[in-house]
Write a protein that binds this ligand. Structure first.
Ligand SMILES: NC(=O)c1ccc[n+]([C@@H]2O[C@H](COP(=O)([O-])OP(=O)(O)OC[C@H]3O[C@@H](n4cnc5c(N)ncnc54)[C@H](O)[C@@H]3O)[C@@H](O)[C@H]2O)c1
Length: 349
């Protein structure tokens, strides 16, 4: 059985489709046969979205989710069956510089999206994308489960934890009209085409391309690294099931297998190896001036039980696939890299 059969021909609205994960998700949904619509801010100049064939004008609206009326009008025009809400201020370090805008978009923007989506005549479900950073991190080194307390010591994490509380309360409105509502918490995703500042692998790739030594902060920090196609597959399994199974309206961790919780140093070493270099890795300084959690692990057993989802790639394979994409892109288009990596991943599912 095709995992995503029920998504064929469905109208799916992605918020944040011009972002890193949004670019991959729109291509993935094309492979699955869905009709994709997007609502986001315009793409950043050097972003992955700017280098692929994006959505046409019929399917895309460049706007701000903080504007309720603008978003609602797009929903009414598109009448999506499903909404996958990924638009966010997604960077921890930027959240220290722009805390108010971060909370505005991640909390009130989400409330706008949840409320307006109910105005679609076809709506069957909404998936709100949050993160591993929503958990109150006591640094105990025990993987978080879905019901663990929420919290966050930086504005990004705090805003996403607050978003979780808002999603939980909107379940009430959704339940009344039999529409599914899920929050999905992914790990630290990596993959070809992420050009964000202050994210580990993009920083490493910039150094490799410039033939410079790799600089890393907090080499001992452990994160749940995963290839972007892994949580996206989880989102699509949720989407296809949510159409008929409203009992899945809960929260799911979609993290990597426990052996993929690598340290920053191990990721840098894997990237160095995949690029074919054996030089030493240069550690910039071991403490970042802005606090970031040391240990963060997710327990994703519930997604295995309810959705039969589990991650397929080790962290080393995820790093290798990312580097492979960057090397391939030197001789082919970004669209081709995404399409070939998505096809291969789907064949192996
Ligand atoms: N990248 C990761 O490691 C990771 C991990 C866990 C969760 N997430 C979550 O996944 C989602 C996507 O992440 P990403 O890495 O693709 O981020 P990204 O920064 O590359 O993309 C963010 C997207 O949101 C849009 N956006 C931001 N503010 C907006 C606004 N006010 N109105 C409309 N659109 C707006 C941007 O235009 C862009 O399309 C986010 O919700 C993020 O918090 C990311």
């Amino acid at each position: 059985v095709n995992l995503f059969d029920s998504l064929g021909q469905k109208r799916i609205l992605i918020t944040g489709h011009t972002g890193f994960k949004g670019s991959w998700l729109s291509k993935y949904l094309e492979h699955v046969g869905a009709e994709v619509f997007g609502f986001s801010l315009p793409p950043e100049e050097s972003s992955l979205y700017a280098s692929i064939r994006g959505l046409d004008r019929e399917h895309e609206h460049l706007g701000d989710i903080n504007d309720f009326v603008e978003f609602r009008d797009f929903v009414k025009r598109v009448n999506p069956d499903l909404v996958i809400h990924m638009a966010a201020q997604s960077l921890v370090r930027k959240s220290y510089v722009e805390p108010i805008a971060t909370y505005q978009t991640n909390v009130m923007g989400t409330i706008n999206v949840m409320h307006a989506s109910l105005e679609s005549e076809n709506i069957k479900g909404l998936i709100a994308i949050t993160t591993d950073k929503v958990y109150e991190n006591n640094e105990a080194g025990v993987p978080f489960r879905e019901d663990d307390p929420k919290g966050g010591h930086d504005p990004y994490s705090g805003s996403k934890a607050a978003m979780e509380i808002a999603v939980d309360s909107w379940r009430y409105f959704y339940k009344q009209v039999s529409v599914g509502l899920v929050s999905a918490r992914a790990g630290n995703v990596i993959g070809y085409g992420d050009r964000s500042k202050d994210r580990l692998l993009p920083d490493i790739i910039r150094s490799l391309k410039a033939n410079k030594k790799i600089e890393i902060r907090n080499p001992a920090s452990i994160r749940p690294w995963q290839h972007v196609l892994e949580p996206l597959t989880g989102y699509l399994i949720i989407a296809s099931r949510l159409i008929s199974q409203k009992e899945l309206s809960k929260s799911y961790n979609l993290g990597p297998a426990s052996q993929s919780h690598l340290s920053v140093m191990q990721v840098a070493k894997e990237a160095n190896k995949a690029w074919g270099r054996d030089e030493e890795i240069w550690i910039q300084n071991s403490e970042s001036p802005l606090p970031e959690a040391m240990n963060l692990m997710l327990d994703s057993d519930l997604a295995g039980i309810d959705l039969n989802w589990r991650s397929k790639l080790t962290a080393a394979e995820a790093v290798a696939l990312t580097i492979e994409g960057e090397l391939l892109a030197e001789n082919t288009t970004a669209d081709e890299v995404l399409n070939s990596q998505i096809s291969r991943y789907l064949e192996a599912l």
